[in-house]
Design a protein around this ligand. Structure first.
Ligand SMILES: [Zn+2]
Ligand SMILES: [Zn+2]
Length: 355
């Protein structure tokens, strides 16, 4: 094993550098993972990459991310060394890493919801070294093993983006009874569309970007809608015989899309907000109360759901990577990869791959 490795940093103000680091050693309860795939996520851009240089290191959303911390919170790879006290994993295991290292003790952590940990916790790629590197040290308990037929890029994608789309779809109880409208065809929205279709729903996907809508068509969704040319409400109503959608999710964070989602929902419909940031204005009576809507906020997912999703993808050989991973990069390409990602020049999921 070489002693040095590459790692990707975001110094701020839309910059990205690849630097040399020492290969870390796993401590008690930790494993050393040789990285095979590391996903790029919108939150990398929003919370780190775009942050002005002088503000990097200041708290954003409660997390103060040191600009010297290696980025990447969607890691997958092979265990190559064990720290003391590791009881379950062994060298050679294929794993994906859940990106929140919770306290392990609070009620949220004990139910698998490390994302809502109420005590001291760390986030890989934010305030603890992440997966945009040749090696990563992770807590054994944050790792989920990958079956042979789930690829590393799929494991990386499931570790955040695909898991988030799955979680909202599952919590909405989407099934073959539903017409499910997905607002936003980024990696999270497309995952929601893919799993919604897999659950049997008729899926409609809304996005302003035709390249993304093409990916939705490849999933086989029932209808794609581009609001720059079409009325979303009219399209949903015509598709549903004027009933409206029984389920919908917003993965855009766009205030207008959020309001349109409520308009598209039928009486007794269920909707979920997943896209983060910005604001929204509703007519609470007309758009929500009088329609008897169930409104969910859905933030990422639990480790239990991560295991469930990996199992689902494996058992049904769902071609998650083939359908939705569109950009594969080497670590050395990171500055160009994030520049293109930030400029909106990518469509599906972007992943750093290692040989
Ligand atoms: Zn993410
Ligand atoms: Zn906790």
């Amino acid at each position: 094993m070489s002693k040095s490795m590459k790692g990707v940093l975001f110094p701020g103000s839309e910059t990205c550098v690849v630097e040399e680091f020492e290969v870390p050693s796993p401590r008690h309860g930790e494993v050393l993972i040789e990285m095979r795939a590391s996903g790029m996520c919108g939150s990398d851009l929003e919370y780190l990459y775009k942050t002005p240089r002088e503000l990097r290191g200041q708290p954003v959303n409660g997390v103060a991310a040191d600009p010297r911390t290696i980025t990447g919170h969607e890691p997958a790879g092979v265990v190559v060394a064990l720290g003391e006290g590791v009881r379950h994993l062994k060298v050679g295991d294929r794993v994906a890493v859940y990106h929140i290292n919770g306290c392990g003790f609070c009620q949220q952590c004990r139910s698998g919801w490390q994302i809502t940990c109420t005590s001291v916790h760390k986030t890989y790629g934010f305030d603890r070294d992440g997966g945009n590197a040749d090696y990563l040290v992770a807590d054994e308990r944050d790792c989920v093993t990958l079956p042979e037929n789930v690829s590393f890029e799929e494991g990386a994608f499931i570790a955040c983006g695909a898991g988030t789309g799955f979680s909202a779809t599952k919590r909405l109880a989407v099934s073959g009874l539903d017409d499910y409208v997905v607002f936003g065809a980024g990696p999270v929205g497309l995952s929601a569309a893919l799993f919604g279709k897999f659950m049997g729903a008729r899926v409609l996907v809304v996005d302003v970007n035709d390249t993304r809508l093409e990916l939705a068509k490849q999933i086989g969704v029932a209808r794609t809608i581009n609001p720059t040319r079409q009325s979303v409400l009219d399209e949903v109503m015509s598709f549903t015989n004027s009933a409206g959608a029984s389920a919908a999710v917003d993965a855009t964070a766009n205030p207008k899309a959020r309001s349109t989602m409520l308009d598209c929902a039928k009486t007794w419909g269920r909707v979920a907000f997943v896209g983060e940031g910005h604001t929204a204005t509703f007519d609470i009576s007309q758009q929500i109360i009088h329609k008897q809507l169930t409104v969910l906020g859905s933030w990422v997912y639990s480790t239990q759901m991560m295991m469930e999703l990996i199992d689902l993808v494996s058992r049904h050989s769902i071609p998650l990577g083939k359908l939705l991973v569109t950009d594969r990069w080497q670590l050395d390409d990171a500055p160009e990869a994030y520049r293109r990602f930030s400029a909106g020049e990518t469509a599906g999921k972007g992943v750093f791959m290692h040989a």
